[in-house]
Design a protein around this ligand. Sequence first.
Ligand code: COA
Length: 254
Amino acid sequence: MVDPKAQHCPNIAYRPITPSDLQVLEKIHADLFPIRYESEFFLNVVNGRDIVSWGAVDRSRPGSQSDELIGFVTARIIPANESEIADTLRHDPSRIDQTLVYILTLGVVEPYRNLGIATSLIREVTKYASRIPTCQAVYLHVIAYNDPAITFYKKMLFKCIRRLSNFYYIQGQHYDAYLFVYYINGRRSSCSPLELVTAMTTCMRSLFKFLAAKIWKNEDKKIPKWSKCKESSCFLSKQKKRVVTTEGAGCQCV
Ligand SMILES: CC(C)(COP(=O)(O)OP(=O)(O)OC[C@H]1O[C@@H](n2cnc3c(N)ncnc32)[C@H](O)[C@@H]1OP(=O)(O)O)[C@@H](O)C(=O)NCCC(=O)NCCS
């Protein structure tokens, strides 16, 4: 595939995955993942049977390629009480209809990486999940050695809640997995003692910073205004420095 970053400015669009995507979808999965998925999985994706999905295409590619998948995400809605993250949710025993969105697969073909495509695809999933009134969270597993995906999910504010030993068994070898969760509308269970301590430490730190800033501000009032601006302007570019001196606008420009 031609490198879109070098050749042209891609025009990425997002659309539902349809039966015409079957072949390409299978090929990309085979290229990107160490696990082989059954044909039934792909048929369910393209026909929207129990699976929701979004595809990414590059409209600037020539001819029929302009509608060919270059990225995808697939997910399934599952009952919350049957899931392995049920213990982390704010559980209401009277509601058996609570659900989760489980991400099955996510991928972007190599030449289109680092363009924010996976970010947009995951945003589609979280937007979709937040529109479901019963949905508590979006979650997924990542194989422990997949550093790009781990960095990616952390950046997307997914929380790594567990390391699962020997979760995957691939070609005769066991691999650990991480469990990542994105809670919808703050639907999390109450904090663990460790989390409470962490939250309190963060709070204390913010309070300390606030007080320190206040003290600094009071000290600062004693300094003549012009000298304060002079000091801060040393962090500015030459052009901005000029603004300081010509307009005399003082601290505004910092
Ligand atoms: C993981 C993957 C989906 C990311 O797709 P992408 O479209 O390149 O991701 P984005 O451009 O939206 O990246 C967003 C952020 O993710 C992180 N990220 C993405 N690729 C990364 C890499 N190779 N190394 C480190 N961080 C990476 C970065 O923090 C990046 O933000 P930044 O560009 O501001 O630094 C893609 O690398 C892929 O398809 N990998 C193979 C399949 C796979 O592992 N799927 C996930 C299985 S759970």
